[in-house]
Design a protein around this ligand. Structure first.
Ligand code: AMP
Length: 178
């Protein structure tokens, strides 16, 4: 199976997207390469399974791609944390601060059977604001966040410190200048 170092060549850095000063990490070349995508899912699932979780929770939108594939690989349930107003049935929600203003995340209450231990999954850990809000939402619903799994962690943006209550499991690490 492809090793983690080789996976980096499938993630492209795009300067000044979506705003000046942001180096966007584009995962679409990885998704387009079945061997690379499979290796990423297998490595992420292996690291996560050590935490004895009963379900995978993906954060909209790119977290869905990784959490759903990991859930199939591990044969576990997959739950969605979505932006406000997208889920049709009864939800629990949490508000969190953005750079300017606030946003809201929601989860379907009916799908969760407590008590449960889950892994929270997203593609990129940057400042940690989104993952921390999603973890807070799960805890509010009586769900234990056993670990947080990411395809990559962007070092130097403080995400790991924000998530200090949880094990943080990134498959890849990036320095800001990398
Ligand atoms: P944060 O809340 O700052 O940790 O940002 C996390 C969310 O923003 C994740 O869902 C990522 O998909 C996305 N994100 C943040 N920074 C980047 C980046 N440089 N490249 C791609 N996606 C990013």
């Amino acid at each position: 199976m492809m090793n983690t170092a080789a996976l980096k060549s499938y993630i492209h850095a795009v300067e000044n997207f979506p705003k000046p000063g942001i180096r966007f990490r584009d995962i679409t070349p990885l998704l387009a390469a079945p061997e690379a995508f499979m290796a990423a899912i297998t490595h992420m699932a292996d690291a996560t399974s050590a935490h004895d979780v009963q379900a995978l929770v993906g954060i909209e939108a790119r977290g869905f791609i990784f959490a759903s594939a990991m859930a199939q690989h591990m044969q576990l349930p997959f739950f969605l944390v979505r932006k406000a107003g997208k889920l049709p049935r009864t939800t629990a929600s949490i508000e969190y601060a953005l750079e300017y203003g606030t946003d809201r995340l929601e989860i379907h209450l009916g799908d969760i059977q407590q008590p449960m231990k889950v892994a929270l999954v997203d593609d990129v850990l940057a400042t940690g604001g989104t993952a921390n809000a999603a973890a807070g939402l799960l805890e509010q619903c009586g769900v234990e966040v056993a670990c947080t799994s990411f395809l990559m962690e962007l070092n130097g943006l403080g995400g790991r410190a924000v998530l200090n209550k949880y094990p943080v499991l990134p498959l890849l690490q990036y320095e800001l200048e990398e």
